[in-house]
Ligand binder design. Structure first.
Ligand SMILES: Nc1ncnc2c1ncn2[C@@H]1O[C@H](COP(=O)(O)OP(=O)(O)O)[C@@H](O)[C@H]1O
Ligand SMILES: [Mg+2]
Length: 280
């Protein structure tokens, strides 16, 4: 990459419906529109992102990255068998789809004790820098998911979407203490940002933003600072029907509505991804 470092980033939170998949798609979109080569990996066995972007057939019938774990010589699987290029989907980034069999493959990695390092060695190391400037890894909401541990290990960088209220910070702290910190015994993992998502101005949001302001300013993007309550828009990635509709259509917000006011907030996340943190 010409300017700056390449980076893999896991989008993680043990709660479902907080915006992991939306943020994965829109962050990848903003990075790609800056001219970076971007891959999105869907490691969620429910395949939300994969099906969302129109790859239902790959989800049910395709070759998948779990097959890298197969020993069978005759089943030699390469990246070109798995990665769906942007030209095929019309998306500005490539996708490594999820597959309905991945839940079953997870047990298999467990039993092989290939554990956390597997995704790093087999996928991220060969692809990051050589092929892609950024790899965005969407994860499932599950504290027991080895896919998620592998994704965090492989990425070495995490963005955590949060929903309203102080308890979402406790959720982040649990993720940090129980999953990220143990991985940090083996490799550095940077928390790039905590991202309040689907926000509207209410007491729960105020409570969340105040905690972030006090305890985690180093992880708080500019658009989620407390002074944003004085703006007409308000802090966080706001609850916007267009974000939901873009998701439903399997496209980034910028393609659904090119002038939408939330695009610049996803651009702030792209800045953070490029710099490696809120303050660089
Ligand atoms: N900022 C937002 N405004 C409106 N709807 C949103 C927003 N973020 C996410 N959603 C919607 O909420 C639902 C869950 O989001 P999703 O990204 O799938 O979460 P997760 O991947 O964490 O389960 C989806 O229907 C999505 O379109
Ligand atoms: Mg999801």
């Amino acid at each position: 990459m010409e300017n700056g470092e390449s980076r893999a980033i896991a989008i993680a939170n043990n709660k479902g419906g907080v915006g992991k998949t939306s943020i994965s798609i829109n962050l990848a979109d903003r990075l790609a529109k800056r001219g970076h080569d971007v891959l999105v990996i869907d490691t969620d066995p429910s395949g939300n992102l994969t099906e969302g972007v129109g790859l239902k057939d790959a989800f049910q019938n395709g070759t998948h990255f779990g097959q890298f774990l197969d020993d069978d010589e005759d089943e030699d699987v390469g990246f070109s068998d798995i990665i769906v290029p942007g030209e095929e989907t019309g998306l500005p980034f490539d996708v490594m789809p999820s597959h309905e069999d991945l839940a079953h493959y997870q047990t298999r990695i467990d039993s092989k004790r290939m554990s956390m390092t597997w995704m790093d060695e087999q996928i991220v190391q060969p692809l990051l820098e050589q092929v892609y400037d950024f790899i965005v890894i969407d994860t499932e909401a599950s504290p027991d998911s080895l896919w998620m541990d592998s994704a965090i290990y492989a990425a070495g960088n995490v963005i955590v979407p949060l929903d309203d209220g102080g308890e979402s910070v406790s959720g982040f702290e649990m993720l940090r203490d129980r999953q990220i910190d143990p991985i940090r015994k083996h490799r550095d993992v940077d928390i790039l940002a905590l991202v309040p998502n689907e926000t509207s101005n209410n007491n729960e949001l105020r409570e969340l933003i105040e905690i972030l302001e006090e305890q985690y300013p180093e992880y708080t993007p500019s658009f989620a600072r407390i002074e944003r309550f004085d703006d007409s828009v308000g802090p966080g990635i706001r609850d916007r029907i267009q974000i939901k509709r873009a998701w439903k259509d399997g496209i980034p917000l910028s393609e659904y509505e090119p002038d939408h006011e939330m695009i610049e907030r996803f651009d702030v996340l792209a800045d953070i991804a490029e710099r490696g943190g809120v303050d660089g």
